[in-house]
Each structure stands twice: as structure tokens, then as C-alpha cells.
Design a protein around this ligand. Structure first.
Ligand code: COA
Length: 340
């Protein structure tokens, strides 16, 4: 799917932004005491130095609630005014009810359509494209989109090839119509034939939970790192180029590049291929690891806090992940109420 986001004349933007990570920091040295790995290997192969891990009693809605409250406050919007709430995640509180519905209740968003969206680490990009469509069409006036995951809950902590890569966290954005600026276009895609390379096989209707699925590790995340690496380096470039072309923009127009934070080598490769200057690239994978759907909003929040997101600047975001899926968005940043 590809398209300009301004065709019907409606401008939609992010008008508030918030994020939240758990308190617990897990360092590479601590991981080295758990599995056969080292700080040196993890830093050299991934760029990750530490990640945040949710407490046993903390679920996704607990991470999402503070992020959502911050986003609403920044936008100057009351929870009661939210009419659409999408939570992009692969680690909801439970299979059902949706974390969207749970979060809407906890926020007091009584009039919101609320649901979850599953697109792996690309979930946030899919969700903002969907919210954009609903706000631009007039179905929603005030949308709240949360991207977040607590992947630590589905990791096999004896598998060094996955457990060093991921962390927990959530980000949230309010999306509303604006007078000018805002989203210029999106490009989203999926290739289900690659789904086998990154999956949690059990617990659904294909392999319902059973003593065997538990003993076989079917409820853990499984990944073919090399295949995902190849896919990631390819689509981060092709998706970004596609959305830029669709919006009649070039990479030279991009002020801030916010790629999915999976691995610094993947980010460096994409930035180089695209021709983005290193100083325009937002990187926080060193502190958070791969937070899946939380990654892009957490990176946006960092960039905003560092003063790197100013009204009028062009922001290119690209995510990729399980599905396999990918998605890009091009946004002319507008001042959020909280960031004037
Ligand atoms: C996982 C990843 C970091 C592995 O890096 P790599 O350079 O490709 O490493 P390889 O898979 O070639 O493995 C090299 C060796 O390191 C070993 N290894 C894997 N994890 C290790 C770890 N944590 N510590 C030490 N050694 C490790 C492997 O067993 C392998 O050993 P072998 O050669 O004896 O078989 C990399 O493939 C990657 O980032 N893939 C994409 C993952 C991703 O982004 N997933 C989420 C997408 S949303």
C-alpha cells in the first residue's frame, strides 16, 4: 500500500507524544552471566548496551498508561475526548480482551473505539497510517495510538540468539487534524512467506496451548537472525525510497531519520544506502534494545526531548518486523501543544 496522505486536503499530524519504559535496566554484563555471550559480542554485533525489562507484575497496559497520559497532556486533550484508540503490539496483556479496550477503560476514554493491531515491530507504523486514514476521513477527531511491547515476557532466556536483542517499552501519540504540515505519505507492506523467520508459533488456533507446546518452547519468540537481517537491510531502504518518491521528496529533504531500532548495524547500513548524514539519524537502540512497536515512538520522544524535532522539519520513519512487514511514513513535524 502506498499513497500520499494529503490527497483529500485534510492535514493530520502528531499533536502530542509520550513514552514510558520500565525501571529495571538489564545490562550486557548481566546477560553474560545468564547465557554464553559477552558485552563485546553484543555491542559489536548489535550496538545494544542495555535494555529495560518489565517487572513480573507489569503488563503492556501498565507500560502504555503513562505513555498515553503524557501524550494526552502534551496535546492538551482529555482522555474523554479520544474517539479512537489503537494499541500496536504483539505482547498484549492477554489474547482478549484487547489491551486497547483495557487501556481505554484505565484512561477514561469512554467514547473511544479501542482495539489492538498486530504487525510485529512495524505495528506503530501500521497503526498511525490507520489512525491517519480515520482522522482524515472524519471518522475520528482525536486518535490515540500506542506502540508498545513487553517482549521480555515471551523470550527464552536461555537462547542467546534472541534474548540479548529485545527490551520493553511503549510510546504514544495523539493524532488530530492540523492547519498545515503533518503526514505527507505512507508506504506499508507484508510478505507472509517470510513469516517463518520471526514468530511465536504456539498459543493460537494453529498450535493451541498444551503441555507439549510449553515443553517445546512454542510460546517463545523464535528468529532466524540472518534471514531477518537480510530482509531488514533491504526493506528499510526500499520502503523509505518508495515513500519519498510518492511524496515528491528526496533524501536530501529529510531532516530527521527515525528507523526501527533493532540493530545499529542495520540502521547504519540503511542510512548509508539511503545517503542520510549520520547526524540526522536517531539512535537509541544502545539504551533500549529492540522494543518492537515501542521503538519508533520511543526514538521520536528522544529526538523531541533533544530538541531535534522542530516545526517544519521533515521526519522519515521506517519500521520492519514480524509478518514479515514493513512501513514508512513521511511527516512534516508540527508543534505539539506540549512542545511549543
Ligand atoms: C541476531 C544477529 C545480531 C546475529 O548477528 P550475526 O553477525 O548475523 O551473527 P550470526 O547469526 O552470523 O552468528 C555468528 C555466531 O555468533 C553466535 N551468537 C549468536 N548470538 C550470540 C550471542 N548473543 N553471543 C555470542 N555469540 C552469539 C552464533 O551462534 C554464531 O556462532 P557460530 O558461527 O558458531 O554458529 C543479527 O543476525 C541480527 O541482528 N539479525 C536481525 C535481528 C532483528 O533485527 N530482529 C528483529 C527484527 S524486528
Amino acid at each position: 500500500m502506498i499513497g500520499s496522505a494529503t490527497q483529500n486536503g485534510a492535514r493530520v499530524s502528531i499533536t502530542g507524544l509520550g513514552c514510558h519504559v520500565p525501571d529495571r535496566v538489564l545490562t550486557n554484563d548481566e546477560l553474560s552471566a545468564m547465557v554464553d555471550t559477552s558485552d563485546e559480542w553484543i555491542v559489536e554485533r548489535t550496538g545494544i548496551r542495555e535494555r529495560r525489562i518489565a517487572a513480573p507484575e507489569e503488563a503492556l497496559s501498565d507500560l502504555s498508561l503513562p505513555a498515553a497520559e503524557q501524550a494526552l497532556e502534551a496535546a492538551g486533550v482529555r482522555a474523554a475526548d479520544v474517539d479512537l484508540l489503537i494499541v500496536a503490539t504483539v505482547t498484549p496483556d492477554m489474547a482478549f480482551p484487547s489491551t486497547g479496550a483495557i487501556l481505554a477503560d484505565r484512561l477514561g476514554a469512554k467514547d473511544a473505539a479501542a482495539y489492538d493491531l498486530s504487525a510485529g515491530c512495524t505495528g506503530f507504523m501500521y497503526a498511525i497510517a490507520q489512525a491517519h486514514g480515520m482522522v482524515a476521513a472524519g471518522l475520528s477527531k482525536t486518535a490515540l495510538v500506542v506502540g508498545g511491547d513487553a517482549l521480555s515476557k515471551i523470550l527464552d532466556w536461555t537462547d542467546r540468539s534472541t534474548c540479548v536483542l529485545f527490551g520493553d517499552g511503549a510510546g504514544a501519540v495523539v493524532m488530530e487534524r492540523v492547519a498545515e504540515g503533518g503526514f505527507l505519505g505512507f508506504e506499508l507492506g507484508a510478505d507472509g512467506s517470510g513469516g517463518v523467520h520471526l514468530l511465536q508459533p504456539a498459543g493460537g488456533s494453529r498450535l493451541p496451548a498444551s503441555p507439549e507446546t510449553v515443553s517445546d518452547g512454542g510460546h517463545y519468540a523464535h528468529m532466524n537472525g540472518r534471514e531477518v537481517f537480510k530482509f531488514a537491510t533491504r526493506v528499510l531502504v526500499s520502503s523509505a525510497e518508495a515513500v519519498l518518491a510518492e511524496c515528491d521528496a528526496t533524501i536530501a529533504d529529510v531532516d530527521v531519520y527515525v528507523p526501527h531500532q533493532a540493530n545499529v548495524r542495520i540502521i547504519d547500513h540503511a542510512a548509508k544506502k539511503l545517503g542520510v548524514d549520520p547526524e540526522r539519524v536517531v539512535i537509541n537502540v544502545d539504551r533500549y534494545g529492540n522494543t518492537s512497536s515501542g521503538s519508533i515512538p520511543l526514538a521520536l520522544a528522544d529526538a523531541l526531548q533533544d530538541g531535534r524535532l522542530r516545526a517544519g522539519e521533515l521526519v522519515l520513519m521506517t519500521g520492519m518486523g514480524a509478518g514479515l512487514t514493513w512501513g514508512s511514513g513521511l511527516l512534516e513535524w508540527t508543534a505539539t501543544n506540549g512542545a511549543r
